[in-house]
Design a protein around this ligand. Structure first.
Ligand code: GDP
Length: 450
């Protein structure tokens, strides 16, 4: 696994302790590391050169304040500059025009245009309360037209039929006419892509653009494309006035350097990130967060959000108060905690968002085991009666504890030892909860995030 920029710089930093500012002599070595990190993240070479020059200018002469050493200060400068280069705040689809607002989807075949059209349809319907029509101008692949029909239905939008014997230009005119007559707010036009740039494809999409006069022309690009993204971006920028970028397949393991390249080449804002194959896998692009990913610093912000998203805050609050008031933490609470963990998508989904070095430490095998343990524990807890969960003492030192435990073990299909183990764990956890005195989860998250 490639080491992260923070690792690389901290190694260098050891040799330059005590220096109070970033100077011409210490910046060269550090910038070399930054350059390597960006190339590893698949940022295109010319873009890296440009970027490094800008960072150098900004970094030179920076006072290294407080506890920060030159290496950390430079990471700060790089992070800020990356975020500034990739974005100017989060921007949504521009619909400020006479309806129907037309969105033209452009990009190579396989970039994710059709999938993204479905996701956007859902986004516009649910978040912006719009009536959305989609149409495919991909007359070369009947399957693509069918695929659009499927995703549009999933999204709750309406699909306008088109066929391989029609001309893209005629399809566009018919769809606009239909959208006007049926009062659609938005018309999204999906287009044909090729495996590589070719002149005929570019001429066709230029013609479509002239016919449609779209308010948004979105360039859809695969984040895994890495170095090649730069050529694709150049070709599309020359053919069309792009108004926005959608970066797909951000759930893959690329470090997403394509974002920087594409943004720099096209000058268009990155509006959305595709994060799964599913219809709801679309997120507003967050440049700050993405800068951390490119640098290999892990997606801490996403992790914190993920962990708090599934949590029922009212229930967490109640639990915290319970512990504080000394009412005690019982097995019902324990069960509630386990099911909250599950709601957060389990441990596995959290792993994906941890910085690489932390994730490597935890190890996939450990995580799999932990997930399995969680499910077993839940099974055991569910085999108890509500009364037993509310009064764990019944199982720990009650007269009938042995027969109760036997019944629970049989119910959950486990050995008695496992029931004992769970009770021990619960005992330890109870002790821990008392120590944390409320605010447990939040405190833990703060520690993680800060
Ligand atoms: P098009 O040829 O540009 O219309 O591309 P498609 O929409 O057909 O997508 C090509 C493939 O990429 C399909 O298998 C999609 O499921 C997949 N895909 C699209 N967007 C994403 C994404 O954000 N994440 C993942 N994992 N897969 C995606």
């Amino acid at each position: 696994m490639a080491s992260t920029l923070s690792d690389r710089l901290s190694r260098l930093v050891k040799t330059m302790r005590g220096q109070a500012r970033i100077t011409e002599s210490n910046v060269q070595d550090m910038l070399r590391e930054v350059r390597m990190a960006l190339l590893e993240a698949d940022v295109a070479l010319p873009v890296v050169r440009d970027f490094i020059a800008r960072v150098k200018e900004k970094a030179l002469g920076q006072e290294v304040v407080g506890s920060l050493n030159p290496g950390q200060a430079l990471v700060g400068v790089v992070h800020k500059e990356l975020a500034a280069t990739m974005g100017d705040g989060v921007s949504d689809i521009n619909l400020a025009t006479q309806p129907p607002a037309i969105i033209l989807m452009a990009g190579l075949q396989g970039a994710g245009k059709t999938t993204t059209t479905g996701k956007l349809t859902k986004h516009l319907i649910e978040r912006r309360k719009k009536k959305v029509l989609t149409v495919s101008a991909d007359v070369y692949r009947p399957a693509a037209i069918e695929q659009l029909k499927t995703v549009t239905k999933q999204a709750g939008g309406e699909w306008f039929p088109s066929a391989p014997d029609q001309k893209p230009h005629d399809i566009a005119l018919a769809a606009i006419d239909h959208a006007r007559r049926h009062y659609f707010d938005v018309l999204i036009v999906d287009t044909a892509g090729r495996l590589a740039i070719d002149e005929a494809l570019m001429a066709e999409i230029r013609d479509l653009h002239a016919t449609l006069k779209p308010v948004e022309t979105l360039f859809v690009v695969d984040a895994m494309q890495g170095q090649d993204a730069i050529n694709t971006a150049k070709a599309f920028k020359e053919a069309l006035p792009l108004t926005g970028i959608v970066l797909t397949k951000m759930d893959g393991d690329s470090r997403g350097g394509a974002a920087l390249s594409v943004r720099q080449i096209t000058g268009a804002p990155i509006k959305f990130a595709g994060v799964s194959e599913k219809i709801d896998g679309l997120e507003a692009f967050d440049a700050e967060r993405h800068a951390g990913r490119v640098l290999g610093m892990g997606d801490i912000v996403a992790l914190v959000e993920e962990v708090t998203k599934g949590v029922d805050l009212a229930a967490a609050q109640k639990l915290a108060e319970k512990v504080k008031s000394g009412d005690g933490f019982d097995l019902n609470d324990f069960l509630a905690q386990l099911s909250q963990m599950k709601k957060m998508g389990g441990l596995g989904s959290l792993m994906d968002k941890l910085p690489a070095q932390m994730a490597a430490k935890a190890g996939q095998a450990d995580m799999d085991k932990a997930e399995k343990d969680m499910r077993r524990m839940e099974g055991i807890l569910n085999a108890m009666t509500a009364k037993e969960r509310a009064h764990p003492a019944l199982l720990m030192d009650g007269k009938s504890k042995a027969s109760r435990k036997r019944r629970i073990a049989a119910g959950a299909g486990v050995q008695i030892q496992e029931v004992n183990r769970l009770l021990n764990q619960f005992d330890q956890m109870q002790g821990m909860m008392k120590k944390m005195k409320g605010g447990g989860l939040m405190k833990m998250m703060k520690r993680l995030g800060g």
